[in-house]
Design a protein around this ligand. Structure first.
Ligand SMILES: Cc1cc2nc3c(=O)[nH]c(=O)nc-3n(C[C@H](O)[C@H](O)[C@H](O)COP(=O)(O)O)c2cc1C
Length: 254
């Protein structure tokens, strides 16, 4: 293999330069005393809202859900999503399913897998029409199973523009916005962390697709994003330490 990658484009170089090769694994001291925090809490959210227990009584069969899942982009503009349904979707994507005691303190394992159990993905919601929740931008905390209200108001138009003007964001009852806190993964995996961050987020997205299908909701993930426009909509997301990686609309069928 030619070791000079400088003439290649950045994606090609990234793929080559983050390969694990026998005998050439990156040498790296894992600084256990400075493991980044796995959970994010805002200092001054406008409000903290507890959400209902998820609804586990769903008769849908996994194989049928897998067979019928589609990306669905047309939603009812008027009907609100029930808060319990939203809570079930949040649980499906990032719900804590087991608590472990580790040398670093408590660790919550979740519905979706994560490389090294480092959980770099944070979940934000743009709420347009959910019964019992005022429109706004919220941050989901899996460690408390609650929502922090960060900004009041309907930002569907702004998120739609940030998603290359995709119209479905304007009519979705709720849009999930996933960011990565890069240092959580880099602490262990260095530059290879970026591969794992995207894989982690893909798992979360698929969990949302499957849960939405089981609940007879429409869902469509979004990778086409003007990154900086989306980052700027969320407090304390600077595009470097924490950056938007993926979004997904959820809505009731029209
Ligand atoms: C990484 C990724 C990014 C995507 N981005 C978008 C998007 O920006 N807009 C959109 O309408 N669909 C998007 N989709 C959905 C795909 O278009 C869809 O999965 C594909 O057409 C196959 O259709 P299906 O999901 O109904 O099986 C994305 C899917 C993935 C996995």
């Amino acid at each position: 293999m030619n070791d000079d990658n400088s003439s290649k484009d950045i994606g090609d170089r990234f793929q080559l330069e983050t390969k694990y090769q026998r005998g050439k694994l990156p040498r790296h001291f894992l600084d256990r005393d400075n493991k980044p925090k796995l959970y994010k809490d805002y200092e001054n959210p406008i409000d903290v809202i507890s959400i209902p227990e998820p609804d586990f009584n769903n008769e849908a069969k996994l194989m049928e859900i897998l067979a019928s899942r589609r990306s669905r982009r047309n939603y009812d503009l008027q009907k609100p999503l029930e808060l319990k349904v939203l809570s079930t979707l949040l649980w499906a994507t990032q719900g804590a399913t087991e608590k472990l005691d580790t040398q670093f303190g408590h660790l919550f394992l979740r519905t979706a897998p994560s490389a090294g159990a480092l959980y770099p993905i944070e979940t934000y919601l743009n709420v347009r029409l959910v019964a019992g929740l005022e429109p706004g931008i919220y941050h989901f905390r899996p460690h408390y199973f609650d929502l922090e209200l960060l900004k009041k108001g309907d930002y569907s138009e702004e998120f739609s523009l940030a998603a290359l003007n995709q119209k479905m964001v304007r009519s979705a009852q709720v849009t999930f916005v996933w960011t990565a806190v890069v240092e959580r993964s880099k602490w262990k995996y260095l530059q290879r962390a970026y591969r794992y961050i995207y894989l982690d987020c893909g798992h979360i997205g698929q969990n949302l697709y499957l849960a939405a299908e089981a609940l007879q909701l429409g869902c469509c993930t979004i990778g086409a994003i003007f990154d900086e426009e989306a980052n700027k909509l969320i407090d304390d997301v600077d595009g470097i330490n924490e950056t938007v990686v993926y979004m997904a609309t959820v809505g009731l069928f029209r």
